[in-house]
Ligand binder design. Structure first.
Ligand code: P6P
Length: 338
């Protein structure tokens, strides 16, 4: 075995985080431990997904409707509970907020104020589960501010700059974990034979422009004219290609590596869009900015948007700097006409 591959096999997630923070101070240790628990959750979910098709009853719908009015898949609930379980007794995370829970889940044991909150989408893209296509988990880590005595986590209603870490797990042909603690974006691939996430790419940088536009053109006639203008532009000009999987994490991962733009605009019926701010758009915006790209809601930087509720939605334009700016230029042109 060549020397470097041994080193590579030893660049595990926890070692990488400590290296990133160049120090072994309390926060570094905490983040390293938190990321280790997230990695454990990823392994448990990945294992279940790889066998779900073989396990009677693991797939399909629970028959329930969640707080969002969406039908809940068994895998959504399973994954949600995995994240809760891995953080119980950890003494690290005191509060978990997710798409699957109207109110946050509190872990009361030894949780002083100022400890961490995990905000997450346990399974994003669940429509892809039963057809064995890629899905993901998205997470964001913030510190709890104040005592949140009435349990509605109002201190979480702050902009994306309050995130101290963010990332996602992509359950694809291989399971990848991509994270940032504010010192660049780094990706790890799960080596099932080791049970470890091994460093794949360090300091990922998104190209300043890319050929891909990722959007559900089925909503074309529900969009504002400005978005339709952008779509007509990329249809007419050489060098663009459409890629859309219906699962945010995979579509984002492609843009992060190949450049271009992912757009989920507001529609006439839902001007606020479909994607959630706190546990879908803000964590991905954190990563995209760390990778040298941009994220916007069409009017302002996504990272500056302040949610008015835990499950607030937002329009999202995210990707290469030049491509996000191009979409915004069509929005500004139309705004001038009004
Ligand atoms: P549409 C999946 O349900 C999801 O939340 C994201 O993962 C994905 O990007 C989006 O919705 C797809 O929505 O309306 O294009 O089916």
């Amino acid at each position: 075995v060549e020397e470097h591959s041994l080193d590579r096999d030893c660049t595990t997630l926890s070692r990488h985080i400590l290296q990133q923070l160049h120090s072994f101070n309390a926060e570094a240790q905490d983040l390293s431990a938190i990321m280790n628990r997230i990695a454990l959750a990823a392994k448990i979910i990945s294992r279940r997904l790889s066998r779900a098709g073989l396990m009677e009853g693991a797939l399909g719908f629970t028959g329930n409707i969640n707080v969002q009015g969406e039908s809940v898949k068994k895998m959504d609930i399973y994954a949600n509970d995995v994240f809760i379980s891995v953080f119980k007794q950890s003494g690290l995370v005191c509060r978990l907020a997710s798409e699957e829970m109207e109110k946050p889940y509190y872990i009361p044991e030894n949780c002083p104020i100022g400890r961490y909150t995990l905000i997450y989408d346990p399974i994003d893209g669940s429509s892809n589960i039963d057809i064995n296509l890629n899905i993901g988990s998205i997470f964001s880590i913030r510190k709890q501010e104040g005592d949140d005595i009435d349990g509605d986590a109002r201190d979480l209603l702050q902009n994306g700059h309050k995130q101290i870490a963010a990332g996602y797990i992509l359950y694809g042909p291989s399971t990848m974990l991509v994270y940032s603690i504010g010192t660049g974006v780094h990706s790890f691939t799960l080596d099932p034979s080791l049970g470890e996430f091994i460093l794949s790419n360090e300091n990922i940088k998104v190209p300043t422009h890319g050929p891909i536009y990722s959007v559900n053109e089925g909503n074309f006639w529900q969009w504002e004219d400005s978005i339709r203008d952008y779509i007509r532009y990329v249809h007419r000009h050489e060098g663009y290609t459409a890629r859309y999987s219906g699962a945010l994490v995979g579509d984002f991962h492609r843009i992060l590596h190949q450049g271009g733009v992912f757009i989920y605009p507001g529609t006439v019926k839902k001007p606020e869009g479909k994607l959630r701010l706190l546990y879908e758009s803000a964590p991905l915006a954190f990563l995209m900015e760390q990778a040298g790209g941009r994220a916007s809601n069409g009017n302002m930087e996504l990272m500056d948007v302040v949610p008015d509720a835990l499950h607030a939605r937002t329009p999202l334009i995210i990707g290469s700097k030049e491509d996000v700016a191009l979409v915004e230029s069509f929005i500004q042109d139309r705004a001038r006409e009004v």
